[in-house]
Design a protein around this ligand. Structure first.
Ligand code: ZN
Length: 442
């Protein structure tokens, strides 16, 4: 970080980061994140589309479409047909690692009702202990002869996973907290001495929340979340911490970038915010689904060559958070590709295509940053350590669009509470907004 960059953008940066914290606090699940995004788009004049209806799209106008509650695509049509001006695409993911409830919600042990949960994605399990946990998601229930699905959120300390006392786990500091995913991770919900099924305790609560009876509930997608709200930290508020930064931070940045772009440019600008990245993206609505291709086909219009022509003129950013160098574990990074907090967006490169970046696609993002006066950093994973991946290579492969992988630096990725630099969020927003409209791209 150059102090100048941070100081000159501080007011802007703080407001932008606060907007992100509010978005994340309102989005305990991918379904809520998509709901929040839909509301923001609607408020900005974007029109809702449904995949099961005919679309009549008008140049210069803006639309969005949701698939399966957890994924959303929004776009603003260019003044030129897509086949002539191409697409500018931004992609991010809406899901984060967490604990999810099994079909049978709870079990009983030693006079307690315990939630029956399964880890989703690669979470740092130990960070979920001794935290106040709320519950949110969606519930599907019978309504007459059909099924209705509603969002639910219980924003209170409903349950906790208490740690074992150090007196009963003497090696915990030397060996780390080792949790068995099956037997040690059972959030305590209530006293339960009685007969019957402990799941009924929760079913009654769910039924009341959606206005039905416990017997009418036919399915659920429920997950736990950290109740602690986002906050700033550091001497000058130069950091902030909150849950689900990976990857609601980039979801929010893509959304803000699209909302900031004007209507009168030739390119059609599209953002794809996908569920299921943390578990591989292969689902009916993940980045490895037909969702984006289906939408782009409909935008491009009739004619076998419309979509391929549009794709051949298109460029994509895959935005997902990046690992900032940790001052106590600097040797985990490649020394010359070690991003720092508040140093600006990071371009992620891996020659084995764990990231989609190539010299030519990285160049376009660097150009957008240069034109916006945004500093840019580089990340390459140490080749002797396993490298993570993103939706970048997957969506580049599915769509055939050259792609650059970027993200903002953060610490504690996949912890229940992650941390990032205050200046970086607004810088990324500017870079992405420029990428969407920059006329100089080939
Ligand atoms: Zn991610």
């Amino acid at each position: 970080m150059t102090d100048l960059t941070f100081e000159t953008t501080l007011a802007d940066a703080r407001a932008s980061a606060q907007g992100l914290l509010d978005f994340i606090d309102a989005s305990p699940t991918p379904y809520h994140a998509v709901d929040q995004a839909s509301r923001a788009l609607q408020a900005a004049g974007f029109e809702a589309l449904r995949e099961d209806t005919r679309w009549v799209l008008e140049p210069g106008r803006a639309y969005y479409v949701v698939r399966g509650s957890g994924s959303i695509i929004a776009f603003r049509l260019g003044t030129a047909p897509a086949a002539e001006a191409g697409f500018r695409l931004l992609g991010a993911h809406t899901d984060s690692p967490n604990l999810r409830l099994k079909p049978r919600l709870a079990k009983s042990a030693h006079g307690y009702a315990l939630l029956d949960v399964e880890p989703y994605g690669g979470l740092t399990l130990a960070t979920w202990t001794d935290r106040d946990l709320g519950l949110a998601g969606q519930v599907s229930y019978r309504a007459g002869e059909t099924v209705q699905t509603s969002l639910v959120r219980f924003d209170k300390a409903l349950c906790r996973i208490p740690n074992l006392a150090i007196h009963l786990n003497r090696t915990v500091n030397d060996e780390g907290l080792k949790l068995n995913k099956h037997s040690h991770v059972a959030p305590v919900l209530a006293h339960f001495a009685g007969e019957g099924n402990p799941s009924d305790l929760l079913k009654e609560m769910l039924a009341e929340a959606v206005g039905t009876t416990p017997g009418a509930i036919l399915g659920h997608d429920l997950m736990l979340y950290d109740l602690q709200r986002g906050a700033f930290s550091g001497l000058k508020d130069e950091f902030f911490q909150v849950a689900r930064l990976d990857n609601l931070a980039m979801t929010h940045a893509c959304l803000c970038a699209l909302l900031a772009t004007p209507g009168d440019v030739p390119q059609t600008r599209v953002i794809g915010l996908y569920d299921h990245e943390e578990v591989g993206s292969l689902s009916s609505r993940g980045a490895d689904s037909s969702f984006m291709q289906d939408v782009l086909t409909r935008i491009a219009g009739d004619g076998v060559d419309q979509l391929p022509r549009a794709v051949a003129r298109s460029h994509q950013v895959s935005a997902d958070m990046a690992h900032g160098v940790h001052p106590c574990y600097a040797d985990k990074h490649d020394g010359t590709h070690s991003p720092v907090m508040n140093g600006g967006p990071v371009i992620k490169t891996n020659v084995n295509t764990r990231y989609a970046t190539e010299g030519s696609t990285g160049a376009l993002f660097r150009l957008a940053c240069q034109l916006e006066g945004v500093p840019v950093q580089e990340f390459v994973n140490r080749p002797d350590l396993a490298c993570g991946t993103t939706i970048g290579p997957i969506s580049a492969g599915r769509l055939g669009v050259p792609t650059v992988d970027v993200g903002n630096p953060m610490w504690a990725m996949h912890s229940i509470r992650e941390m990032a630099g205050t200046a970086d969020h607004v810088l990324m927003g500017r870079a992405l907004a420029r990428f969407l409209v920059e006329p100089g791209f080939p």
